[in-house]
Design a protein around this ligand. Sequence first.
Ligand SMILES: [Fe+2]
Ligand SMILES: [Fe+2]
Length: 280
Amino acid sequence: MTKTRITILCENLVGRTLGAGEHGFSAFIETGEGNYLFDTGGGRTVVENSLSLNKDLRTVKKIFLSHGHHDHTGGLPHVLNLRGRVDVHVHPDIFLDRMSVRKESGGESRRFAGMIYKRSYLEFLGAHFLPNSGFIEAEKGMFLTGEVPRRTPFEKPDPKLFREVEGKRIPDTLPDDQSLILDTEKGLVLIFGCAHSGMINIMHHVVHQMKEDHFPAVLGGTHLDFLTPEQLEESIRSLKEMKVDRIGVSHCTGLRAAYRLQHEFGERFFYGSVASILEV
Ligand SMILES: [Fe+2]
Ligand SMILES: [Fe+2]
Protein backbone atom coordinates (compact mmCIF):
# COMPACT_ATOMS: atom_id res chain seq x y z
CA MET A 1 0.00 0.00 0.00
CA THR A 2 1.47 3.36 -1.00
CA LYS A 3 1.43 5.97 1.69
CA THR A 4 0.57 9.58 1.06
CA ARG A 5 3.09 11.92 2.62
CA ILE A 6 2.49 15.63 3.16
CA THR A 7 5.44 17.80 4.14
CA ILE A 8 5.01 21.41 5.23
CA LEU A 9 7.36 23.31 2.94
CA CYS A 10 6.58 26.94 3.80
CA GLU A 11 5.13 28.13 7.06
CA ASN A 12 5.54 30.88 9.61
CA LEU A 13 7.39 28.73 12.16
CA VAL A 14 10.37 26.42 12.03
CA GLY A 15 10.00 23.40 14.30
CA ARG A 16 12.74 20.96 13.36
CA THR A 17 16.20 22.37 12.65
CA LEU A 18 15.52 22.40 8.93
CA GLY A 19 14.45 25.19 6.63
CA ALA A 20 13.41 28.79 7.17
CA GLY A 21 10.14 30.38 8.21
CA GLU A 22 8.12 33.10 6.48
CA HIS A 23 4.55 34.35 6.64
CA GLY A 24 2.92 32.00 4.14
CA PHE A 25 1.99 28.42 3.43
CA SER A 26 2.96 25.59 1.11
CA ALA A 27 2.70 21.81 1.33
CA PHE A 28 4.59 19.23 -0.75
CA ILE A 29 2.45 16.15 -1.37
CA GLU A 30 3.85 12.75 -2.33
CA THR A 31 1.35 10.11 -3.48
CA GLY A 32 1.48 6.83 -5.39
CA GLU A 33 0.55 8.85 -8.48
CA GLY A 34 3.33 11.42 -8.17
CA ASN A 35 4.30 14.64 -6.41
CA TYR A 36 2.16 17.77 -6.11
CA LEU A 37 2.43 21.24 -4.61
CA PHE A 38 -0.34 22.99 -2.73
CA ASP A 39 0.43 26.73 -2.49
CA THR A 40 3.90 28.20 -2.81
CA GLY A 41 4.48 30.41 0.25
CA GLY A 42 5.32 34.08 -0.11
CA GLY A 43 8.43 33.51 -2.22
CA ARG A 44 11.33 33.71 0.23
CA THR A 45 11.54 30.10 1.36
CA VAL A 46 10.02 27.68 -1.14
CA VAL A 47 13.21 26.88 -3.04
CA GLU A 48 15.51 27.02 0.00
CA ASN A 49 13.23 24.75 2.00
CA SER A 50 12.71 22.33 -0.88
CA LEU A 51 16.50 21.86 -0.97
CA SER A 52 16.78 21.53 2.83
CA LEU A 53 13.95 19.01 2.94
CA ASN A 54 15.03 17.13 -0.17
CA LYS A 55 11.79 17.76 -2.07
CA ASP A 56 12.51 18.18 -5.76
CA LEU A 57 10.25 20.91 -7.17
CA ARG A 58 11.16 19.79 -10.70
CA THR A 59 9.12 16.61 -10.10
CA VAL A 60 5.85 18.36 -9.29
CA LYS A 61 3.09 17.05 -11.58
CA LYS A 62 0.61 19.81 -10.79
CA ILE A 63 0.30 22.88 -8.59
CA PHE A 64 -2.83 23.87 -6.67
CA LEU A 65 -3.29 27.42 -5.40
CA SER A 66 -5.73 27.91 -2.52
CA HIS A 67 -6.47 31.61 -3.14
CA GLY A 68 -4.93 34.80 -4.48
CA HIS A 69 -3.15 36.13 -1.38
CA HIS A 70 0.53 36.92 -1.84
CA ASP A 71 1.64 34.65 0.99
CA HIS A 72 0.34 31.57 -0.87
CA THR A 73 1.19 32.55 -4.44
CA GLY A 74 4.38 34.63 -4.22
CA GLY A 75 6.63 31.57 -4.57
CA LEU A 76 5.07 30.51 -7.88
CA PRO A 77 7.66 32.18 -10.19
CA HIS A 78 10.48 30.50 -8.25
CA VAL A 79 8.84 27.11 -8.64
CA LEU A 80 8.17 27.74 -12.34
CA ASN A 81 11.81 28.71 -12.88
CA LEU A 82 12.73 25.19 -11.78
CA ARG A 83 9.76 23.25 -13.11
CA GLY A 84 8.91 24.98 -16.41
CA ARG A 85 5.52 24.39 -17.97
CA VAL A 86 3.05 22.90 -15.52
CA ASP A 87 -0.69 22.84 -14.85
CA VAL A 88 -1.77 25.22 -12.07
CA HIS A 89 -5.29 24.78 -10.71
CA VAL A 90 -6.82 28.06 -9.52
CA HIS A 91 -10.12 29.79 -8.97
CA PRO A 92 -10.49 32.48 -11.68
CA ASP A 93 -10.66 35.24 -9.02
CA ILE A 94 -7.14 34.67 -7.73
CA PHE A 95 -5.86 37.37 -10.07
CA LEU A 96 -7.99 40.13 -8.52
CA ASP A 97 -6.24 43.01 -6.79
CA ARG A 98 -6.97 43.04 -3.08
CA MET A 99 -5.72 44.64 0.08
CA SER A 100 -5.44 44.41 3.81
CA VAL A 101 -6.27 47.46 5.93
CA ARG A 102 -5.25 47.93 9.54
CA LYS A 103 -6.61 50.60 11.81
CA GLU A 104 -3.86 52.53 13.50
CA SER A 105 -3.91 55.44 15.88
CA GLY A 106 -4.63 58.46 13.76
CA GLY A 107 -5.62 56.53 10.63
CA GLU A 108 -5.00 53.28 8.85
CA SER A 109 -2.34 51.43 6.92
CA ARG A 110 -3.13 49.78 3.61
CA ARG A 111 -1.15 46.91 2.20
CA PHE A 112 -1.45 45.17 -1.15
CA ALA A 113 -2.45 41.56 -0.39
CA GLY A 114 -3.06 40.05 -3.83
CA MET A 115 -0.83 38.19 -6.26
CA ILE A 116 2.44 40.04 -6.66
CA TYR A 117 3.09 38.68 -10.15
CA LYS A 118 0.77 39.20 -13.09
CA ARG A 119 -0.86 36.35 -14.94
CA SER A 120 0.98 36.99 -18.23
CA TYR A 121 4.38 36.86 -16.49
CA LEU A 122 3.51 33.59 -14.73
CA GLU A 123 2.30 32.13 -18.04
CA PHE A 124 5.53 33.24 -19.68
CA LEU A 125 7.40 31.28 -17.00
CA GLY A 126 5.34 28.17 -17.75
CA ALA A 127 2.15 28.32 -15.70
CA HIS A 128 -0.79 26.73 -17.49
CA PHE A 129 -3.73 27.96 -15.45
CA LEU A 130 -6.74 25.66 -15.17
CA PRO A 131 -9.60 27.67 -13.64
CA ASN A 132 -12.35 26.09 -11.57
CA SER A 133 -14.99 27.77 -9.47
CA GLY A 134 -16.91 24.60 -8.53
CA PHE A 135 -15.96 21.31 -6.90
CA ILE A 136 -13.70 19.22 -9.18
CA GLU A 137 -11.60 16.08 -9.23
CA ALA A 138 -8.37 17.71 -10.32
CA GLU A 139 -6.34 14.52 -10.39
CA LYS A 140 -7.16 10.91 -9.58
CA GLY A 141 -8.22 10.90 -5.91
CA MET A 142 -7.46 14.62 -5.49
CA PHE A 143 -10.34 17.07 -5.30
CA LEU A 144 -10.63 20.84 -5.07
CA THR A 145 -13.55 22.33 -3.18
CA GLY A 146 -14.10 25.30 -5.50
CA GLU A 147 -16.21 28.02 -3.89
CA VAL A 148 -17.51 27.00 -0.50
CA PRO A 149 -21.05 27.96 0.62
CA ARG A 150 -20.82 30.17 3.71
CA ARG A 151 -23.46 28.64 5.97
CA THR A 152 -22.36 28.66 9.61
CA PRO A 153 -23.54 31.76 11.48
CA PHE A 154 -20.25 32.12 13.35
CA GLU A 155 -17.70 32.03 10.50
CA LYS A 156 -17.28 35.60 9.34
CA PRO A 157 -14.97 37.13 6.75
CA ASP A 158 -11.79 38.77 8.00
CA PRO A 159 -12.79 42.45 8.50
CA LYS A 160 -9.33 43.67 7.47
CA LEU A 161 -9.60 42.37 3.90
CA PHE A 162 -10.93 44.56 1.11
CA ARG A 163 -11.09 45.04 -2.63
CA GLU A 164 -11.50 48.30 -4.47
CA VAL A 165 -14.16 48.24 -7.18
CA GLU A 166 -14.88 51.38 -9.25
CA GLY A 167 -13.28 53.55 -6.61
CA LYS A 168 -15.32 52.01 -3.77
CA ARG A 169 -13.91 49.87 -1.03
CA ILE A 170 -15.83 46.62 -0.54
CA PRO A 171 -15.19 43.71 1.88
CA ASP A 172 -13.16 40.91 0.30
CA THR A 173 -14.90 37.65 1.16
CA LEU A 174 -12.32 35.65 -0.84
CA PRO A 175 -14.74 33.63 -3.00
CA ASP A 176 -11.62 32.10 -4.56
CA ASP A 177 -10.69 30.34 -1.31
CA GLN A 178 -10.53 26.61 -1.96
CA SER A 179 -9.06 23.61 -0.19
CA LEU A 180 -7.57 20.33 -1.40
CA ILE A 181 -8.94 16.89 -0.55
CA LEU A 182 -6.91 13.71 -0.79
CA ASP A 183 -9.18 10.69 -0.95
CA THR A 184 -7.04 8.05 0.77
CA GLU A 185 -7.79 4.46 1.79
CA LYS A 186 -8.16 5.71 5.36
CA GLY A 187 -10.53 8.55 4.56
CA LEU A 188 -10.29 12.19 3.55
CA VAL A 189 -7.24 14.31 4.20
CA LEU A 190 -8.17 17.96 3.90
CA ILE A 191 -5.62 20.74 3.38
CA PHE A 192 -6.60 24.37 3.89
CA GLY A 193 -4.73 27.38 2.53
CA CYS A 194 -6.12 30.09 4.82
CA ALA A 195 -9.67 28.67 5.24
CA HIS A 196 -11.15 32.09 4.47
CA SER A 197 -14.47 30.31 3.81
CA GLY A 198 -14.40 29.05 7.40
CA MET A 199 -12.92 25.66 8.28
CA ILE A 200 -16.28 24.28 9.40
CA ASN A 201 -18.04 25.49 6.24
CA ILE A 202 -15.28 23.83 4.23
CA MET A 203 -15.56 20.53 6.11
CA HIS A 204 -19.36 20.45 5.73
CA HIS A 205 -18.97 21.15 2.01
CA VAL A 206 -16.43 18.34 1.65
CA VAL A 207 -18.64 15.84 3.51
CA HIS A 208 -21.56 16.83 1.30
CA GLN A 209 -19.59 16.55 -1.95
CA MET A 210 -17.59 13.42 -1.13
CA LYS A 211 -20.39 11.51 0.69
CA GLU A 212 -17.78 10.56 3.27
CA ASP A 213 -17.33 12.03 6.73
CA HIS A 214 -14.16 10.51 8.15
CA PHE A 215 -11.09 12.75 8.13
CA PRO A 216 -7.86 11.01 9.20
CA ALA A 217 -6.41 14.54 9.19
CA VAL A 218 -7.21 18.14 8.47
CA LEU A 219 -4.32 20.57 8.24
CA GLY A 220 -3.19 23.99 7.04
CA GLY A 221 -4.05 27.60 7.77
CA THR A 222 -7.32 28.13 9.64
CA HIS A 223 -7.23 31.93 10.05
CA LEU A 224 -8.73 31.57 13.53
CA ASP A 225 -6.48 34.10 15.24
CA PHE A 226 -7.61 36.93 12.99
CA LEU A 227 -11.25 36.54 13.97
CA THR A 228 -13.36 36.67 17.11
CA PRO A 229 -13.01 34.47 20.23
CA GLU A 230 -16.61 33.35 19.59
CA GLN A 231 -15.64 32.03 16.17
CA LEU A 232 -12.75 30.08 17.68
CA GLU A 233 -14.93 28.54 20.39
CA GLU A 234 -17.77 27.70 18.00
CA SER A 235 -15.30 26.19 15.53
CA ILE A 236 -13.87 23.98 18.30
CA ARG A 237 -17.37 22.92 19.33
CA SER A 238 -18.24 21.99 15.71
CA LEU A 239 -14.91 20.24 15.19
CA LYS A 240 -15.66 18.00 18.18
CA GLU A 241 -18.85 16.84 16.48
CA MET A 242 -17.00 15.75 13.36
CA LYS A 243 -15.03 12.57 12.72
CA VAL A 244 -11.53 14.01 12.66
CA ASP A 245 -8.56 11.95 13.88
CA ARG A 246 -5.81 14.57 13.70
CA ILE A 247 -5.86 18.36 13.52
CA GLY A 248 -2.67 19.98 12.28
CA VAL A 249 -2.71 23.74 12.05
CA SER A 250 -0.27 26.19 10.51
CA HIS A 251 0.27 29.73 9.32
CA CYS A 252 -2.71 32.07 9.91
CA THR A 253 -4.08 29.86 12.71
CA GLY A 254 -2.00 31.93 15.12
CA LEU A 255 -0.51 30.76 18.39
CA ARG A 256 -3.43 31.78 20.61
CA ALA A 257 -5.84 29.62 18.59
CA ALA A 258 -3.26 26.83 18.32
CA TYR A 259 -2.91 26.72 22.13
CA ARG A 260 -6.68 26.44 22.49
CA LEU A 261 -6.86 23.65 19.91
CA GLN A 262 -3.99 21.81 21.58
CA HIS A 263 -5.75 22.11 24.94
CA GLU A 264 -8.99 20.73 23.49
CA PHE A 265 -7.65 17.98 21.25
CA GLY A 266 -4.48 16.88 23.09
CA GLU A 267 -2.62 14.12 21.24
CA ARG A 268 -4.90 14.53 18.23
CA PHE A 269 -3.47 18.05 17.71
CA PHE A 270 -0.18 18.91 16.05
CA TYR A 271 1.37 22.17 14.89
CA GLY A 272 2.38 22.00 11.22
CA SER A 273 5.62 23.97 11.23
CA VAL A 274 8.21 23.87 8.43
CA ALA A 275 9.40 20.27 7.86
CA SER A 276 6.44 18.68 9.68
CA ILE A 277 5.40 15.47 7.97
CA LEU A 278 2.02 13.79 7.94
CA GLU A 279 1.78 10.27 6.56
CA VAL A 280 -1.55 8.62 5.85
FE1 LIG B 1 -2.36 33.20 4.36
FE1 LIG C 1 -5.20 34.42 2.89
